[in-house]
Design a protein around this ligand. Structure first.
Ligand code: DNO
Length: 396
């Protein structure tokens, strides 16, 4: 095996223990200090405390996911300069503690979006789903964003209206909860008023402007990452398109190319997330992997079924629309190339990302998508895929 097999653990509040994780076969942990407010410096003592916890359980802290980027940095308002300084300080502190890979995203306001957390499969398991019309029903008839209708076709609006009218009060509450759910690792969520307010603050920020803000951020942060030996890995937008009128700039191969070429450094890399990118029917994940192989610093492997209207749901590794065999082949070849170049950081950490809620998971409470058996199935399948590819193409 060469890809480092990792597992996201949300810290001491995660219902899955480190002991359970060890039995999945993962050797590395993906973790963050979720208790530290966005934009503040992560102190060395706190990082060391968490690191020890992981190492005492026989694993290593392989990747930080995420050091969140404060909204002020994305908007370049308020305290953004201080927040950037804090970000750099956090990177220095992580490096002092021997942690070398940092994942982050640049999605304004919301992280991932779904419309259902319990889509039932015929086999009795559950997965996360995004239905375009339901999301539009939320935007137009629940959140009631004015002036947004102009962005959609009459047909899309009529469909969303139909969905809205067929919903019970309970369905509406549930959809609200799912869409406005807090950020990863937190139990907080927005109220409708808070969400309106957050969206209003992005009114003057176009896609072009947000991209400039991202590049300005990279120009400051990447040199520090490079100096202290940290590989940065930007996570793509999920789903890879604008939501609620918010601009998004990490959605396509072109976006990713712009990002990695803005600051040409191995420290300026990507998280190849096949589920997020794969949710867009316009994205060809094997091609993205091949084109940007030299900048893949971390990978999330999972599959989705999607269509051209923007609907998708998460699915088993070998069931979706993303050709994970081709993606894996690229990852294996890239690692071999790095080894030949004598790079010390040749190994790419991967994690199975989300999994179905299945078997003994059912009835337990997890962070959405972060089941135990479902992810273990994903990891087992990915491990087999990698060994098969490795042995056949490297003639072992
Ligand atoms: C969802 C995750 C994302 C991801 C962040 C990275 O399950 O893939 O929340 O962690 O976007 O910053």
């Amino acid at each position: 095996m060469a890809l480092e097999q990792t597992w996201r653990w949300y810290g001491p509040n995660d219902p899955i223990t480190l002991q359970e994780i060890r039995q999945t076969g993962a050797t590395g942990i993906v973790n963050a200090l979720h208790q530290i407010p966005y934009g503040e410096v992560w102190p060395v003592e706190e990082i060391m405390k968490r690191k020890k916890m992981i190492e005492d359980a026989g694993m290593r802290w392989s990747v930080v996911e995420s050091v969140p980027v404060h909204e002020d940095i994305k908007k370049r308002t308020g305290s953004y300069q201080q927040r950037i300084e804090n970000y750099k300080e956090t990177l220095r502190n992580l490096s002092k503690c021997g942690i070398d890979t940092v994942c982050y995203n640049f999605m304004p306001v919301l992280d991932w979006s779904r419309t259902s957390l319990d889509m039932k499969f015929p086999d009795g398991s559950y997965a996360l789903e995004f239905k375009f019309s339901n999301f539009l029903a939320f935007e137009l008839f629940i959140l009631k964003r004015s002036g947004e209708e102009a962005k959609y076709t009459a047909e899309q609006i009529a469909e969303a209206k139909k969905v809205y009218e067929s919903m019970s009060n309970e369905d509406i509450e549930n959809l609200k909860k799912v869409v406005m759910q807090g950020l990863p690792g937190s139990d907080d969520s927005f109220t409708l008023e808070q969400l309106h307010e957050a969206l209003d603050q992005y009114k003057g920020i176009s896609r072009e402007k947000l991209k400039v803000h991202l590049i300005l951020f990279l120009k400051e942060v990447i040199p520090v990452a490079e100096e202290v030996g940290i590989r940065m890995a930007i996570h793509p937008d999920d789903p890879p398109r604008p939501v609620l009128g918010l601009p998004r700039v990490v959605s396509t191969l072109e976006d990713l190319k712009d990002i990695v070429s803005a600051v040409d450094s191995p420290a300026n890399g990507i998280t190849l997330c096949t589920g997020s990118l794969g949710a867009g029917s316009f994205n060809n994940c094997p091609l993205i992997a091949k084109t940007l192989a030299h900048r893949i610093n971390f990978t999330h492997l999972r599959n989705v079924k999607r269509d051209e209207s923007g609907n998708f749901h998460e699915d088993y590794v070998f069931n979706g629309d993303v050709d994970l065999y081709e993606v894996m082949k690229t990852l294996v070849l890239e690692e071999e190339k790095r080894k030949k170049e004598g790079r010390k950081d040749w190994q790419i950490p991967m994690r199975p990302d989300h999994g179905n809620l299945m078997l003994g998971d059912i009835g337990r409470k997890f962070y959405p998508g972060y089941s135990l058996y479902g992810r273990m199935k994903g990891l087992a399948e990915l491990r087999g895929l990698e060994i098969g590819i490795r042995n056949s193409i490297l003639n072992k």
